[in-house]
Design a protein around this ligand. Structure first.
Ligand code: FAD
Length: 255
């Protein structure tokens, strides 16, 4: 039986103009070498619209409560289920939570969070980033109506993380997975190479860049150099190499 979320979650949700609810872990299972799928039962309204995420309240290695943000991969309204895809290849409170989550565990969620939604005017949509972006990329792309066009360029540490998703038949879909091959996490050359090989289709495009802080910056510059305006780009640094995300779940933005 679910009770109430922590008072700090209720207070924070109020400030963020969002909702706080207690969710229960249904399953946590491996999807690839670095990714786990965590299915939670609770109020699916917190999942918002494609592009939104939820903020999860967790305990870090020192026993301190921190919050981490995870994009919603999918929802099942009828069953009240919200699915997340969590990268677990590193040591961190979020990664540990996903690895150890056990059916019946309770967790505070705040949502919906996030301001990046699909550009309804775009003729084609380009999703670029690393494994942490996959959940959001696929949820957003699955909400695009045919005859849209989507392109994914995603860097993976392990080819077993090159997960695919089903799309509407009328949608033109291209997926390019770039293997990291031991490059540093803040090295953008893999994705820049993938981007260089991508020929921009005709019409109005929109690019969504989600992943490591420095890599997202470098990708944004590369897209601007190729003529995409700021309005055609949505950037979000999900994490930062060598640093914990801050308590509120975002990477530090200082240089
Ligand atoms: C809006 C938003 C949406 C997000 N959506 C997702 C999502 O859907 N799935 C997801 O997995 N993450 C997502 N993230 C990122 C996730 O919240 C962070 O990666 C988070 O830092 C992981 O928390 P942690 O406690 O495990 O590691 P932290 O304590 O933050 O970091 C510990 C160490 O692990 C490293 N690290 C953190 N993340 C990664 C990574 N992905 N790969 C390699 N090393 C890493 C850090 O550089 C640091 O050295 C999102 C972040 C934001 C802001």
């Amino acid at each position: 039986m679910l009770s109430a979320p922590d008072a700090t979650s209720i207070e924070l949700a109020k400030r963020l103009n969002a909702q706080a609810r207690l969710f229960e872990v249904v399953t946590s299972s491996p999807l690839g070498a670095s990714l786990r799928e965590v299915v939670l039962r609770g109020d699916p309204a917190l999942a918002g619209v494609p592009g939104n995420d939820v903020m999860v309240r967790l305990v870090d290695a020192k026993g301190k409560y921190v919050r981490r943000r995870y994009s919603v991969r999918s929802i099942d309204e009828a069953q009240g289920l919200v699915t997340l895809w969590v990268v677990t290849s590193h040591e961190g409170a979020g990664a540990r939570w996903a690895r150890e989550a056990t059916p019946g565990d309770q967790v505070d969620l705040i949502g919906p969070r996030g301001k990046i939604n699909l550009d309804s005017l775009a003729d084609w949509n380009l999703f670029v980033g690393d494994t942490s972006g996959l959940a959001s990329f696929y949820r957003m792309a699955q909400s695009i109506e045919k005859p849209g066009r989507v392109v994914f360029i995603v860097e993976v540490d392990d080819i077993n993380d090159a997960l695919t998703a089903p799309f509407d038949e009328g949608l033109g879909v291209t997926g390019i997975f770039v293997e990291r091959n031991g490059r540093a996490y803040d090295d953008p050359t893999g994705l820049l190479g993938g981007l260089a090989a991508f020929e921009m289709p005709a019409g109005l495009g929109h690019a969504y860049l989600f992943g490591e802080f420095h890599v997202v910056r470098a990708l944004g510059v590369a897209l601007s150099d190729r003529g995409m305006t700021q309005e055609q780009q949505s950037h979000k640094a999900f994490w930062r190499a060598g640093r914990h995300n801050a308590e509120h779940g975002e990477p530090e933005k200082d240089l």
